[in-house]
Design a protein around this ligand. Sequence first.
Ligand code: SF4
Length: 501
Amino acid sequence: MKKEITASMLYNLVSCPHRVTMDLFGDPAKKDPINSFVQLLWDRGNIFEREVIESLDIPFTNLHAYSEREKERLTMEAMERGDTLIYAGRIRADDLLGEPDLLRRQGNGYVAGDIKSGAGEEGANDGENGRPKKHYAVQLALYTDILEKTGFSAGRVPFVWDVHGDEVVYDLDAPQGVRNRVSLWSVYQTALGLARKLVEKSEKTKPALAGQCKLCHWRSACVKHLEKLDDLTLIPELGRARRDAMWLYIKNVKTLSESNIEEFIQGKKTVIPGVGSGKLHQFQERARLLKTRGARPYLKEAVALPSLEKELFFDIETDPMRDVCYLHGFVERMGGDNGTERYVAFYADNPTLEEEEKAFADAWEYVKASMPCAIYYYSHYERTIWGKLQGRYPHVAEEGEIAEVFNAAETVDLYTDIVRKKSEWPTRDHSIKTLAYYLGFTWRDKDPSGAASIEWYHRWVETKDEEIKKRILEYNEDDCIAMRVLRDAIEQLNIGPELVF
Ligand code: SF4
């Protein structure tokens, strides 16, 4: 039987086409166990959907309890009758199969909708003007396409009911933005075309190491495959698009490390679309670091770290599903002496606004009382979240006060200011985990990750098990210490490149 194109297939394809290939044809025995954070996302999604449906105060046709085959028949019957709202229907046309959470009558036809336990748009959580999420759009477009093919469509305006209780309409024919004139319907058509080729095996895909691999059940299989290929995406920040563009000229890390890249360079550009000469040099340098036994990290220019008596290494933990910042952790060190280190944490026992505010206010008082001090953090996240908390609780601190702390010369974003701009490392990425492991640091927890800690926090909220809280705090403390390890290592780096011990 020919494999249908489904909404979840398109959802995955948008972030990684290889995921679709693997789900269709990969050896199930090679799958990693489902990540506990992914399981949490599924569970939360199901609970949220149930809550939304239970709270509906309008009549609707509920097909949730029926078998797949029954759902299809009953959905058609309900639409032919003109039922106002259909929950958990199943629709099909040609090779397309869709299970929209909702089908709502509009005029003489239907529009499809999904219930999502996240924000309906990209960036909407941060108070910015949101942009449509492509992975939501391709799902909604598939339902709309089926409705058009079966003669039930009321237009290309499906919707999402999101976690904030908003209805977000996806105008599929509208351009995505002022600069990007491509409509979401075109994005869908492209994704659908590729999905069909993958199903027919007329197009092959390759894995590409990227952030989303961390939560993917094919991660181990893909990493093994990438290592065998010596794939270019093993180079930090190179990515799938550049790898594919470079493929004509350079096929793997070793070749790049040994190539005379000058032959590809024309002034500031190269013959490779999307890769400038500066980037090509940088990627070659990273390829050499990966391929040289005993290669050492180095600075590309001198770095002056603050030399204050007191240092704070600062890391926060947030739960994006509840939109709450539940922990502000600091490791405090005096005079560069690790023996003086102490961990200070401000923790919200419950994910409420009151407790979030208290943890933020206490952390802010602690930072003010610690001045003068150097503050280290890793990537813009801490700054973004403190800015957001200031906006949510303006009486805790003024906008200018928070900005002043993060803009101070003594406050250092180790990732943005130093690792990314001013240094090179013989590693596959520049996450704090990867760099601290490289430097010999190990976390006490056997499964340390931000995603895992969110799952722990959910269990803590449900059970109030002190062991879980201890695990969260230890993990956060180790993240802070990892920053101290990195900071001290950076201080010891030479200006390079310095390839061999
Ligand atoms: S591990 Fe990465 S490359 Fe492999 S299928 Fe998953 S997302 Fe794609």
